[in-house]
Ligand binder design. Sequence first.
Ligand code: IMP
Length: 409
Amino acid sequence: MNIVVMGAQWGDEGKGKIVDYLAADSGVIVRFSGGANAGHTIVIGSERYALHLVPSGILYPDKTVILGTGMVIDPEALFLELSGLEGKGIDWKGRVLISDRAHLVLPSHRRIDKELDAARKKPIGTTGRGIGVAYGMKSHRDGIRVADMDDPERLVNLEASDRDFVEAWRDRILPMKVDLVTYLRHRRNTYVLFEGAQGALLDLDTGSYPFVSSGMSCSAGAAAQGGVGPRRIDRVLGVFKAYTTRVGNGPFPTEFADNSPGSLQAYIRDTGNEYGVTTGRPRRVGYLDLVALRYACAANSIDRLVLTHLDVYDELAEFETCVAYRLRGKLVDDFPASIRDLEESTPVLRRFRGWKAPISACRSWEELPREAKEYVQFIEEFTETPVSMVSVGSDRNQTIVRESPWARG
Ligand code: IMP
């Protein structure tokens, strides 16, 4: 069985935790897009792990994790991460594989990424990890794939420092390479998790272009770049938070206007620890945007939603959620393509009663307060998509499973 776990907002929805949780029942975890721009946090007891390139199943000693074809991989960042894991007692050797069709991020890509963004009149606010440039070179057909690292013919057009870089990392990367399509063809009966990075609204095609990342963070990315075709995907899980966040620039119709100490934005940012794992930047925070979430469900055929960070609302007597946009005096129910329309949209809000009780100890749907269940049910009706899991804290075990994603049906 093959399950995709993707972000249904602007990234940082808690995919890492959900992949880590579901990885217990899977054999292989394939990350299908993005690069070291991503930051996935996993908390187990008192230990906190921050992953950027390595798929989230790595913390189980018996799982194989694969950096998929759709990723852009900076070997230096990868080995920094692997040595950090080693320092925490994680034995990764022989379990971390890299698709031989994945592309490399080179030093010039990092440099150009920063230069390009600084030169933009309206910067995207990239993570500066060379991601967009590496994907651009791939589209230009000037990228370097893992499979070609030892082919001098492929390296001739590189500037000298990039060529030296490839040659310096070659002997460590090549032993990890795998033909992903063949690998998965031989494991048709294995449970495979396809781990997305970023989110639906940061996807190059379905996101808020140009304020997006450059990979395929949509569910189709798993099919195109995860080593299987679309008909082998059995389920798509869309992970979303009880509110919305965004890092970097770009339109965000439900963003809270007030960012002062004591504001709702400051409260949620601190309670939900909304600071970038990769850059440390404070995340922008806003109301849950159901217009955007419904769009993400449709664009990605998300068939089950996973709600995270619900406990962040524990102390609020009431809260609001966006159910439509107001754009130049008219009501809009669909997520607009025009960046100007998105920038000028303001949220139409629906008020919900809070539960004013700690829910982090709840382990079943029945234990959740009535108000929390009503909120979840409203989301399900609005998006026409069932919520199959609810996360009530950052720890692996603070997870409520209403229906196992591995159950067929
Ligand atoms: P890039 O991926 O570094 O090119 O950045 C493009 C945009 O995507 C910027 O607004 C980043 O902040 C955002 N972004 C990239 N990766 C992530 C992520 O993992 N979570 C949230 N935002 C991200």
